[in-house]
Design a protein around this ligand. Structure first.
Ligand code: HEM
Length: 471
């Protein structure tokens, strides 16, 4: 399996043009189709979604770690439909507005933390995003730090899960290995241990909500509505535990996007200045940006879109699978084939985004008057396909976009994100091509930056705002 260990070759810039728009790979008998152009991914995974809404087998991640109950990796069928409906009800385009107060609060705490302790910016991103998700799913109290046990447990288990979901271990290619008794197989012992830990985490979180309801509590959360609207979703408590639990992982993609956004702010100071000029003009300096400002901050929003396009956190999305035999432009796609959208290449496709597709340029999402343009039809007007395709498109996309808007608007309003200088006084530019492997996730390589208040009143405004949130 020469190149399976490291699939980064599929999107590295030196291999551009080396691959056809649609590739057929036979990986030890596993039929895999990779869509390297946006048009082909859109034509197949979006327009023929009825045939491509399945998932291939994920033995480690889904069958072992998720007891086959994780919605994102579940094959198309009745349980997926019921789970998806419940998730959609909670985070649809309209219901996400219920979380604006939580997201606003977390963005404020995030900015205070960045001002006080800029070095640890990544753990502040993690804390804020984990806190939003846990609050929505379980009405969990605001997290104080990433040192809280629940965050540490989630973090290590989800890292393990993300590596497992990359489907590179031997058992994915030789499924019979699953029957090897664990006393002979270290990998299996470890996987079962991680599965037990994962279940403990999910159950611990879900039980809090169950206990609250049992004692007559009325506190709203996703898990509470699953329990209360049992008649609508028809999910067993075991299924609900896994449904809520696996959604927790959504915070990793959002905080990875914030990391790339920070890299972009350091590398492209002119973009940062333009976004701040927009904030000064629309919001001024005596109050903080809010969700009510969304329609008036097209540039701030275009920057978020561009980060998602330029550095998709899941560069290969999540594989779909074909439910029937099909043909696409002369290529046979057999039933059961794994279909992968190379989201990286789709987002950098020159046929759609033009010759400067590799450049970071938020202006591409704006019209001449500076208003946000609907993106190309192949992107469902989103301006990128980082949330995937068809019926399996990310159910959390509205939530993620809102969290990214309020966090980036408040960070830019309050701070300047600048270069650090090396020992010779020269600016240190982040490595835009450097990546850290995180299983399915693509994270930036370590980089330095300096975060400072943008004007003198910022610190006092934020400490007052933060006070309002201390319980
Ligand atoms: C920037 C942030 C995010 C990105 C880039 C992202 C990306 C994706 C992608 C590419 C998929 C697979 C789509 C496909 O199969 O074609 C997906 C699925 C999913 N995402 Fe997200 N996601 C993000 C945030 C979130 C959040 C915050 C949540 C939690 C509410 C979430 C929950 C899910 C779920 C449950 C699925 C599975 C959907 C299904 O299989 O039916 N995601 N996401």
């Amino acid at each position: 399996m020469p190149q399976l260990e490291n699939t980064k070759w599929l999107f590295s810039s030196d291999c551009k043009g080396r691959f056809s728009k649609v590739m057929h790979l036979d990986v030890l008998g596993r039929q895999t189709i990779v869509f390297n152009s946006l048009k082909s991914a859109y034509n197949v995974l979006e327009r023929r979604t009825g045939n491509y809404s399945g998932r291939p087998r994920f033995i480690m991640a889904q069958e072992i770690l998720n007891q086959s109950l994780g919605m994102a990796l579940m094959d198309y069928g009745e349980l997926w439909r019921r789970s998806r409906r419940a998730a959609h009800d909670a985070v649809s385009r309209t219901t996400v507005q219920n979380y604006h107060p939580t997201q606003t609060k977390e963005a404020t705490i995030l900015v205070s933390a960045l001002l006080e302790d800029p070095e640890n910016r990544h753990s502040h991103f993690q804390r804020a995003n984990a806190s939003v998700i846990l609050s929505i799913l379980y009405d969990y109290p605001t997290l104080e730090s990433t040192n809280e046990k629940v965050v540490m447990d989630i973090d290590s288990n989800f890292k393990w899960f993300s590596r497992a979901a990359a489907r590179t271990s031997f058992v994915e290619f030789f499924p019979w290995m699953i029957h090897i008794p664990q006393r002979f197989a270290k990998w299996k012992r470890e996987a079962l241990m991680q599965a037990a830990e994962r279940y403990d985490i999910f159950l611990g979180l879900f039980d809090r909500v169950r206990a609250d309801i049992a004692t007559g509590g009325e506190r709203p959360s996703f898990s509470a509505s699953l329990l209360r609207k049992h008649d609508r979703y028809h999910l067993s408590e075991h299924e609900m535990t896994f449904l809520s639990g696996q959604i927790v992982g959504g915070f990793e993609t959002t905080s990875t996007t914030l990391k790339w956004w920070t890299v972009a702010m350091v590398a492209f100071p002119q973009v940062q200045r333009r976004a701040q000029a927009e904030l000064d003009a629309v919001v001024g300096r005596s109050r903080l940006p809010t969700f009510a400002d969304v329609p008036h901050l097209p540039y701030v929003r275009a920057v978020v879109r561009e980060v998602l396009r330029w550095r998709p956190p899941l560069p290969f999305g999540v594989p779909h699978s074909a439910t029937e035999d099909d043909w696409y432009e002369g290529m046979f796609i057999p039933k059961g084939a794994t279909c992968i959208a190379n989201i990286w290449q789709c987002n950098h496709d020159r046929a759609i985004f033009g010759e400067d597709a590799d450049d970071f340029r938020p202006e591409r999402h704006l019209d001449e008057g500076g208003e946000l343009l609907p993106g190309p039809i192949e992107t469902n007007q989103e301006g990128h396909v980082s949330f995937g395709f068809g019926r399996r498109i990310c159910v959390g996309k509205y939530l993620a976009n809102d969290t990214l808007f309020i966090s980036t608007a408040r960070i830019l309003w309050a701070t300047t994100i600048g270069h650090v200088l090396d020992e010779n006084g020269k600016k240190v530019v982040p490595d835009l091509e450097g990546f850290t492997d995180g299983g399915l996730l693509l994270r930036p390589a370590p980089y330095d930056c300096k975060i400072t208040p943008r004007f003198p009143e910022v610190v006092s405004i934020f400490s007052e705002e933060r006070e309002r949130f201390v319980d």
